[in-house]
Each structure stands twice: as structure tokens, then as C-alpha cells.
Design a binder for this molecule. Structure first.
Ligand code: CMP
Length: 232
């Protein structure tokens, strides 16, 4: 990868890379290396970015939009493992362990991604070991979330799982509301339930004064009550 000064790189990408947790601690020169190696690609809503079991050839960083990491069963049922948005990255697992892709990744809305090819990712890691630290931090966070999820699936009933997910989604948004674009169907796919059950639970939470549902969002009204249901 040839050396270059940050001034050579397109400002917008450099600036956006700075805001990505994986890269925040890097020097200008290190950011310039990545900017030079990576390319931007846009994916329309519902397009599949990665297929489970394919060989892994690139790392992706979400610059804008939202994607979901999903497993699809033989009967076509989808389980959403995670939803990722700007600043998040994915596709690192195959590059690290040389195994096929562990899940599908699908654009939930039009998404703009930064794509770093395998060899450039490996070179970045070798030249900039600090990226590895950021990667480890992010992987630890992801494992914590996965542990919470497994705990919730085993230990909580549907009310508890919905309550916990609503708190998580609100915390990822503004702490108080969940945009309605997160549909009941999506919530069901995140907690291993059916859309009908989720709709019934949400109605019940609204009747009990735990949440308020409007056309634009779901607002958390009684966080303490929801936390009690979620075992938090
Ligand atoms: P990879 O296996 O290369 O391709 C699929 C990607 O989905 C994977 O790398 C991770 O980046 C991402 N992924 C897999 N499981 C999870 C999870 N539980 N939470 C968040 N992201 C995940």
C-alpha cells in the first residue's frame, strides 16, 4: 500500500472513518492508508451483502443505512442476530479465522458501505496493530450481547424478552423511543417469537402504561417496570 498524506484522501471518507469506533484512535496517516485501500459501495434495500457459507473476501464498514445479520432456517424462517448501522463493521470473522461466512448480512434500507478487501485488511492489521485492539474491543462487546441474548432466550418468557429488546433498541436510539420502522415482525425475528405474539405483547404493555405507541414510534413510559420484566 503506497504511503500518502491525509490531504490526498477524499475529505468526506476520511472524516467519516474518524467517527468509526474501530478507527478513532488512529493517526491521520493510518486513516489515510485505509481510505486509500477501501472503496465505497451502495446496496439497495433488501439486497444480500453477504451469504452464509460463502468464502470471506472483505470487511465492511457501515457508513450510512442499516443492515441485519441473519440466519435463515431450512423452512425459510429468519433469526436476526444483530442489526448494525453507521459506525459498525461486519465480515471480520471469516477474515480472521478463514472459515466461511457465519451468517447472511442483508441491507434493511439503502446502505452505503466501505469495503476493505481481505489482503488490504490483513495489511492494515499488520501495519497498524492498534486496529487489532479496536477489533478485540468490538468483538468483546458483541460476545457480551450474544451472551445476554442467550441468557434472555433461556431465562425469560416472551414478555421479558420483548421488554429487554425494547430497552436495548431505545438505548441504541435516543434512550426513550424506538422508531416504528422496527416492525413487530422484526422484533419477533430478534427474539425467536411470532409477529402475532409480539403484537399482543406490545398492546398489553401499552394497556399497562409501560409504553406508548404512536404512528411514529414506541415511547418508553415506565422504564423501571420494563426493566423489572426484563430481569434487569
Ligand atoms: P463473517 O462470518 O465473516 O460474515 C458474517 C458476519 O456477520 C460476521 O463475519 C460478523 O461480522 C457478523 N456477525 C455474525 N454474528 C454476529 C452477531 N451475533 N452479532 C453481530 N454481528 C455478527
Amino acid at each position: 500500500m503506497p504511503d500518502s498524506s491525509p490531504a490526498d484522501a477524499p475529505m468526506s471518507v476520511t472524516k467519516r472513518l474518524r467517527q468509526i469506533p474501530l478507527f478513532t484512535q488512529l493517526s491521520d496517516a493510518e486513516i489515510a492508508h485505509i481510505t486509500e485501500a477501501a472503496r465505497e459501495k451502495s446496496y439497495p434495500k433488501n439486497s444480500v451483502i453477504l451469504f452464509e457459507d460463502d468464502p470471506g473476501d472483505a470487511l465492511y464498514v457501515v457508513l450510512s443505512g442499516q443492515v441485519k445479520v441473519v440466519l435463515i432456517g431450512e423452512d425459510g424462517r429468519e433469526v436476526i442476530l444483530s442489526m448494525l448501522r453507521d459506525g459498525d463493521f461486519f465480515g471480520e470473522m471469516s477474515l480472521i479465522d478463514d472459515q466461511p461466512r457465519s451468517a447472511h448480512v442483508i441491507a434493511m434500507e439503502e446502505s452505503n458501505l466501505l469495503v476493505l478487501r481481505r489482503e488490504d485488511f490483513r495489511q492494515c492489521l499488520e501495519e497498524t496493530p492498534r486496529i487489532a485492539l479496536g477489533l478485540l474491543r468490538a468483538l468483546s462487546r458483541r460476545l457480551r450481547r450474544a451472551d445476554d441474548k442467550i441468557g434472555g432466550l433461556v431465562l425469560l418468557d416472551v414478555n421479558g424478552r420483548v421488554a429487554r429488546l425494547l430497552i436495548e433498541l431505545a438505548d441504541e436510539n435516543d434512550g426513550k423511543t424506538i422508531p416504528r420502522k422496527v416492525t413487530h415482525h422484526t422484533i419477533a425475528q430478534m427474539i425467536g417469537s411470532s409477529r402475532e405474539t409480539v403484537s399482543r405483547t406490545i398492546r398489553e404493555f401499552a394497556d399497562r402504561g409501560l409504553i406508548e405507541v404512536s404512528r411514529k414510534d414506541i415511547a418508553i413510559v415506565d422504564r423501571v417496570g420494563l426493566e423489572a420484566l426484563a430481569g434487569l
